[in-house]
Ligand binder design. Structure first.
Ligand code: ADP
Length: 343
């Protein structure tokens, strides 16, 4: 796996190479123009003044002035002096171009490569986080299987229990890889931003999680108004679905979840309110970070998720130029609100 230090070194040398290429182009043009300018001007300087040019006739009153050796010498001296001054000025101009061009080239090269570097670092961070998350359940799986294999005899009941455990672990790994894939795919997704009603978004989300709510005998109250926002309905339904899924997971049986909507300036708001365990103040700023799980849910050994859901919801909302915020009272419940530009 490519480390951050390697990426930084790679970009440092790429920036230097790109800056040098820009500088080479600038200097080639500057020296090229200077050379042409110098020879054209030197040629002009070497010519006699126009009124005395070779075409004019020698007359007794006006002898050709160029024939006068003194004048000739004077003109040649003036031309040589002019060429010298011109050369010095052009060299000075090129030195200034080199210094200014060097700085400009470096600035342009940084500007070109910075977004690519940030992107590569984000990808490396993602791969590193993902491998770390995958390692934990894989190690658990390996350990339980090795322990079972070391036993000289494995009764059928124990073997069945082990296989059952393996299947459950594999299902969790699958959920994790699915989540990772969704997160990665969402990045390059071209979202169609069309007018879509908040009601349509919430009813799609509710349909997806109705079964889970019924399993916990929870009621979902849908009070979303028919307000139209700009967005991609399936993606927005997924984002609201993530909030609904969490509300179900982190609330007690038979409790109530309410989905509401309203208008705030140029934005439409959709909120999911639960009456569950709530989120501690110290966790609240981090819950939208990838792989972050609040302390109490860590102890449930990845039974409920891997801390990918809210990161994905945030990504979707940001792709819509929207915002997602959470407020919570530990022990009482949480409110997650998504704001989206109105259609
Ligand atoms: P997970 O898959 O762990 O649910 P999320 O990214 O969806 O991942 O959520 C991150 C963490 O935020 C959860 O582990 C949980 O601790 C906390 N959280 C999210 N939603 C709620 C909620 N409605 N009530 C209480 N805690 C929540």
């Amino acid at each position: 796996m490519i480390s951050f230090k390697k990426i930084r070194n790679l970009f440092r040398s790429a920036t230097a190479r790109l800056a040098l290429s820009y500088l080479a182009i600038i200097m080639l043009m500057s020296i090229g123009f200077s050379t042409v300018f110098f020879f054209a001007s030197a040629h002009e300087l070497g010519r006699p003044p126009r009124q005395y040019n070779a075409a004019s006739q020698d007359t007794d009153d006006h002898p050709h002035i160029e024939r006068d050796p003194l004048v000739r010498e004077y003109l040649e001296e003036r031309a040589a002096e002019g060429r010298h001054v011109l050369l010095i000025r052009l060299v000075a101009l090129n030195v200034i171009t080199l210094a200014a061009g060097g700085m400009l080239s470096y600035y342009l090269a940084r500007r070109t490569l910075e977004p690519i570097e940030a992107n590569m670092e984000a990808q490396a961070q993602f791969v590193s986080d993902a491998s770390h998350e995958l390692r934990t359940p894989l190690t658990a799986l390996q350990t339980t299987n090795e322990v079972a294999l070391r036993k000289p005899k494995l009764p059928e009941a124990a073997a069945r229990e082990l296989i059952g455990h393996n299947v459950a672990e594999v299902a969790k790994l699958q959920a994790l890889t699915d989540g990772l894939l969704r997160l990665a795919r969402q990045d390059g997704k071209d979202l169609a931003r069309v007018p879509v009603s908040l009601q349509a978004i919430s009813s799609d989300a509710i349909n997806a999680f109705l079964g889970a709510a019924q399993d916990k005998r929870m009621a979902i109250e849908d009070a979303t108004p028919d307000l139209k926002v700009l967005g991609d309905q399936p993606s927005l339904a997924r984002a609201v679905g993530i909030l609904l899924d969490n509300a179900i997971k982190y609330s007690p049986e038979k409790s109530k979840i309410i989905i509401t909507g309203s208008r705030s300036g140029k934005h439409g708001l959709i909120s999911v309110t639960d009456h569950g365990q709530g989120i501690a103040t110290r966790d609240l700023p981090h819950i939208f970070d990838r792989f972050y799980r609040a302390d109490q849910s860590r102890t449930s050994s990845y039974a409920d998720g891997y801390g990918i859901g809210l990161a994905l919801a945030k990504k979707i909302v940001h792709q819509h130029d929207g915002e997602i915020v959470a407020t919570s009272t530990p022990g009482k419940g949480s409110i997650f609100t998504i704001s989206l530009p109105l259609a």
